[in-house]
Ligand binder design. Structure first.
Ligand SMILES: NC(=O)c1ccc[n+]([C@@H]2O[C@H](COP(=O)([O-])OP(=O)(O)OC[C@H]3O[C@@H](n4cnc5c(N)ncnc54)[C@H](OP(=O)(O)O)[C@@H]3O)[C@@H](O)[C@H]2O)c1
Length: 338
């Protein structure tokens, strides 16, 4: 798994008194969140603090306390190992966490708590409730940078799953052979959401020191005349592509996933296909299940091979080929940076 450098050691080791059975409880001070919590000198149990990170602890902890008994030393080493593994946890923010794919990514991050500390960003308190209302879900509007800052603090990786969503005009009659018409609400055009909104996220993330950004875009961006661009006069693929380019030029390690048509189907049961320059659109395999896109987002956080890459993503139909399990191999196939 790719690991992320976090803030330096947060406990004041200088406040650690020599440990004896009669020592008073230790006061441990987390400089990052400013909390102080007691720890038994025998168990060295640490306070719960989501913002803790403990780099360089493996070797340094026990060497600082030579007077520990063998039993105490063993317990302390065990705690040090736990702290060190906490340092490997990566805090990941998924935006659009109330959306159809964003929800799945948020859930997968929560399920992967041995590797990730999950955070979500949603647009409204209602969306927050929809995904469980936990404290790790922030409410913000990607068109307003200031509202993104709290969610982005201390984040190692960002997964962008926001998108402008076209609405269908009411009153069309399919029985008369009419085609539905679409529109975007004022202020929610692709230019505002997919360009300005994504640019804001990239800028705030960069400022906050985020070390990887995974962006889910869409296939079709190589063709300015793609039919999706005429939807609601939004030029949605044009603006998405502009944001992708901005990310690729940002200097932040990135993974751009250009998904094919998204389907609400079971994931993990199809062979995934990666491609470039919309070539997959010329084939029969140009769709993908949302849970598969979500899984590729998660896997992209784990492998260096996924960084500085942009690719199209689709899948073979169920029952054809072999379901993809080796994501390192999948990412190594990709040679395109944009
Ligand atoms: N649909 C497809 O077939 C298809 C194909 C290829 C690629 N993609 C791409 O795949 C990604 C995921 O698609 P999806 O269909 O799963 O997404 P989705 O359900 O449409 O979710 C989009 C999310 O963006 C959020 N959002 C919109 N404006 C926002 C704002 N101003 N501030 C904060 N959040 C905002 C929405 O929040 P609210 O719900 O609160 O508005 C929603 O949760 C998108 O980038 C999409 O373009 C889709």
């Amino acid at each position: 798994m790719a690991t992320f450098t976090r803030v330096p050691l947060v406990f004041s080791t200088s406040t650690l008194p020599p440990a004896t059975a009669s020592s008073k409880p230790l006061n441990r001070h987390c400089h990052k969140c400013n909390c102080v919590a007691s720890a038994s000198p025998l168990t060295r149990k640490v306070p719960e603090c989501s913002s803790l990170s403990f780099l360089n602890t493996r070797s340094s902890f026990s060497s600082q306390i030579p007077s520990l008994s063998a039993r105490q030393n063993k317990g302390f080493r065990r705690t040090a190992a736990v702290l060190a593994s906490m340092a490997d946890l990566s805090t990941v923010l998924v935006t659009g966490a109330g959306g159809r794919t964003g929800q799945i990514v948020y859930k997968k991050l929560k399920e992967g708590s041995d590797q990730f500390v999950a955070r979500g960003l949603v647009r409204t308190p209602e969306s927050k409730e929809t995904i469980g209302g936990a404290d790790d879900v922030f409410v913000g509007d990607i068109r307003d940078s200031a509202t993104l800052v709290p969610a982005m603090q201390g984040v190692d990786a960002l997964v962008i799953l926001t998108s402008a969503v076209p609405k269908m005009k009411p009153g069309f009659d399919p029985t008369k052979g009419e085609r539905p018409e679409f529109y975007f609400e004022d202020g929610a055009y692709p230019e505002q959401v997919d360009w300005i909104g994504q640019k804001n996220q990239i800028d705030v993330a960069k400022e906050a020191g985020v070390k990887q950004i995974v962006l889910v875009g869409s296939m079709g961006g190589t063709n300015p005349n793609h039919p999706l661009n005429s939807l609601g006069n939004g030029n949605i693929l044009v603006w998405k592509r502009k944001a992708e380019q901005y990310l690729a030029d940002s200097g932040v390690p990135y993974t751009i996933i250009r998904a094919g048509g998204l389907q609400d189907r079971e994931g993990g049961i199809r062979e995934l296909l990666v491609g470039k320059d919309d070539e997959l659109l010329q084939t029969e395999t140009k769709t993908i299940a949302r849970p598969d896109v979500a899984e590729v987002c998660i896997q992209a956080l784990k492998f260096e091979d996924a960084k500085f890459k942009a690719f199209d993503l689709a899948s073979k139909p169920e029952g054809v080929g072999t379901p993809t399990k080796d994501f390192k191999a999948l990412f190594s196939q990709i040679t395109t940076r944009f």
